[in-house]
Ligand binder design. Structure first.
Ligand code: ADP
Ligand code: SF4
Length: 679
């Protein structure tokens, strides 16, 4: 299809110093949980982004020296010749598709714990590590600063050797350079502290020295935070002093939970109000992020001269082929990021990145999965998928893409399963994109028949005479208190009418009065239920055995926002307390540390603890198969929450995996390729 001329502006080439980006789609540096630990995984993933049309593809933060070591968070590195060879795998793949490769040279200063290298970290001062480890940095003396400049220069030279076209000076996010820039952390009395000229000195030196080292062939970019860049602010003056030095400005904010905020709290293009002045303060090209998924917003951003590039991390993860789709008039096919930040959890857990919307993310090398292409069917077998939640929808979509005849039955009128229900909870409306992308794709597949309002029994399934059956019937929140903290359940709960679950809430059965929301799940469900009830007029007390509200949210950069939201709403928080029993309107809680008892008089409790797989249909069919009454059915599988309740990303992944692998020679094999030095 032809490109919509409204979006032509996005495909203009842009000169960045000595190099030219073929278009305005710029994948900014983003962590992957791969880094130097998994070079093949990384190279394949970045290569797919370039194939999908991104004009610039960057690495994650890339350590210049072993004094900057962030493990267990997997960063890239350019310490030696081995690193050069590893990165060359990525730059070659990126160049194969006509894109520029960029590297974000990084020194963490006191923020990197150096737990792996065991080096003393260095920084503007001797200061405690923001990473939470009980170590302080050494205050850099003149010799240290000279050494640091040399490390940066050497890393830039290695970057060029590895084939990079853009080399960053990274001056934000609480790492070493931002500590030199900030008056809060820089109390030095030498030529690197005090006035603005002195505090920007190191940054200026690095820009100039990087240019001198590699600037004839590589562009030099600076990543810079505009927090506090209000009229007449100091950092605005700082920007003005450096404005013409680099070849490109990558503008962001220091606060990750804003820069990559979850969609519950931060909307598309949220940095724009902070950076309206930037373009008029420099003649150099500017890139910024904003979880851009709408081509109209992107084109408007460029036309209004907010920036020269559309920077993207998450939109490029959810859809590596986003530029290609716009280029070919296929914007309806864009798999829009939902802003859940499961991608970030990969890095924060030290494992390769995954994505709720894009199940192929992180599997490009290991499984050879491609986000847009899939092997053709191997037979004329007919497949019945029961349940159209994220698992069933993705399974039907991917099987349909392979060319199989697919029947998708769904008990409800509305498709989407849990994502349709959860999308109605406060702040989760973008969850519906998981459903919408897939239903749009399915509408164009004549080989996939969808049957809403069709709740199937085992006999119904067999009447259809499918060759293969995939059960994706989801899960049900438990009422009995069973969960992490109460593996024996909470006695008596099930018999009390005042006990409800998120399923009741999502079905519109809201309690009234004083409601205790018990969170033994530690993710988003209990906080959003608490928010809904409090804003609906209930008086909510949130109770969790954990020390924090929604602790898993630390992995997705939303924990502090979640806790703040509950506090601002006036919800009472009772942390580090388990729910022992409910005595006829009196909830008995016990302190997780001392066992001390606390009692609350409540009108209702919402149990957010664990879910039971809806596996009855699967078990009935398996029994029929084993007693020879399942007709000609060749296989029966269960996927998603009805197999093992988990996050939405797991359900989508399970559906995709089934579709890719059910007919493979090694179907069901647990063997995986590992990206490591083989012993
Ligand atoms: P998952 O996250 O694994 O996709 P969901 O709970 O989101 O699970 O979706 C499961 C879907 O299966 C729901 O939409 C539910 O209505 C549907 N479903 C459950 N049992 C049946 C059945 N027997 N026949 C058809 N659809 C069913
Ligand atoms: Fe977007 Fe979620 Fe995918 Fe991250 S994991 S790219 S936030 S959809």
């Amino acid at each position: 299809m032809a490109r919509d001329p409204r979006y032509d502006v996005l495909f203009e080439p842009v000169k960045i110093g000595p190099v030219v980006a073929k278009n305005r789609f710029y994948q900014v540096p983003h962590c992957t949980g791969m880094g130097w630990l998994r070079p093949n995984t990384l190279a394949a993933m970045r290569g797919v982004k370039a194939e999908g049309g991104w004009g610039v593809v960057n690495t994650e933060y890339c350590s210049i020296h072993p004094t900057s070591d962030d493990l267990p968070y997997p960063y890239a590195s350019l310490w030696d010749a081995s690193d050069v060879r590893a990165h060359a795998r990525m730059t070659t793949k990126v160049h194969d598709h006509g894109a520029l490769a960029g590297v974000e040279l990084w020194h963490g200063g006191s923020r990197s714990g150096n737990l792996f290298s065991r080096n003393v970290s260095v920084d503007v001062a001797s200061m405690p590590s923001a990473s939470g480890v009980p170590f302080q940095s050494r205050a850099m003396d003149r010799q240290d600063i000279a050494g640091f400049r040399q490390w940066h220069r050497d890393a830039a030279l290695r970057a060029r050797e590895a084939g990079f076209d853009i080399v960053y000076v990274y001056a934000t996010h609480g790492y070493l350079l931002s500590h030199f820039l900030s008056p809060l952390t820089n109390h030095r009395t030498d030529e690197y502290g005090g006035n603005l000229t002195n505090r920007t000195r190191l940054c200026r030196e690095l820009i100039e020295e990087t240019k001198a080292a590699v600037g004839d062939t590589c562009a030099v970019a600076v990543r810079f935070a505009v927090d506090g860049l209000s009229e007449n602010s100091e950092s605005r003056d700082m920007f003005a002093m450096l404005a013409e030095l680099p070849d490109l400005w990558d503008i962001t904010v220091d606060d990750y939970s804003h820069e990559m905020g979850v969609s519950r709290f931060v909307t598309e293009a949220s940095l724009e109000p902070l950076m309206t002045f930037v373009k008029s303060a420099t003649t150099k090209p500017v890139v910024t992020v904003g979880r851009f998924t709408s081509p109209d917003t992107m084109a408007s951003h460029i036309r209004r001269s907010v920036s020269d590039f559309i920077g993207a991390a998450r939109p490029s993860i959810a859809d590596p082929f986003l530029p290609d789709k716009i280029a070919n008039g296929r914007q309806e096919d864009i798999r829009e990021c939902i802003g859940c930040n499961i991608c970030y959890a990969g890095d924060s857990l030290g494992v390769p990145i995954r994505c709720t919307q894009n199940p192929t993310m992180g599997e490009e090398w290991r499984k050879g999965w491609h986000p847009e292409t899939i092997a053709a069917k191997q037979s004329d077998d007919r497949i019945l998928v029961v349940g159209a939640g994220p698992a069933g929808l993705e399974c039907a979509r991917a099987l349909g893409q392979r060319g199989y005849d697919v029947m998708l039955s769904e008990a409800r009128r509305e498709l989407g399963g849990r994502v349709s229900l959860e999308a109605r909870l406060p702040g989760l409306s973008e969850w519906a994109r998981v459903r919408d992308y897939r239903t749009r794709q399915l509408q164009n597949m004549p080989n996939v028949q969808i049957y809403p309002e069709s709740e199937l029994s085992a006999d119904d399934v067999l009447l259809v005479e499918p060759d293969h059956v995939v059960i994706a019937t989801g899960s049900t929140w438990r009422k009995d208190g069973f969960g992490r903290s109460n593996p024996a359940g909470i006695a008596g709960l099930q018999t009390q009418s005042r006990v409800v679950t998120p399923d009741d809430i999502m079905a519109g059965r809201l309690p009234v009065g004083h409601v205790l929301v018990f969170d033994d799940d530690n993710y988003y469900m209990a906080p959003v239920v608490a928010e809904l009830l409090q804003t609906s007029g209930c008086k909510v007390t949130y109770v969790t055995p954990d020390n924090l509200v929604a602790g898993f949210g630390q992995r997705t950069a939303e924990q502090s926002g979640t806790q703040r939201r509950l506090m601002e709403l006036g919800i009472d928080l009772v942390l580090a307390h388990n729910f022992q029993r409910l005595d006829d309107g009196e909830a008995v809680l016990d302190c997780s540390y001392t066992g001390r008892i606390r009692k609350l008089s409540v009108d209702a409790v919402v149990m957010v603890t664990a879910r039971s797989p809806n596996e009855t249909l699967y078990q009935q069919l398996v029994r029929k198969r084993s007693d020879g009454t399942a007709g000609t059915v060749k296989s029966i599988h269960r996927i998603g929450d009805c197999d093992a309740p988990a996050i939405i990303a797991s359900a989508v992944y399970a559906g995709h995996k089934y579709a890719r692998e059910f007919d493979a020679a090694d179907a069901g094999s647990y063997a995986i390729m590992r990206d490591r030095v083989e012993a």
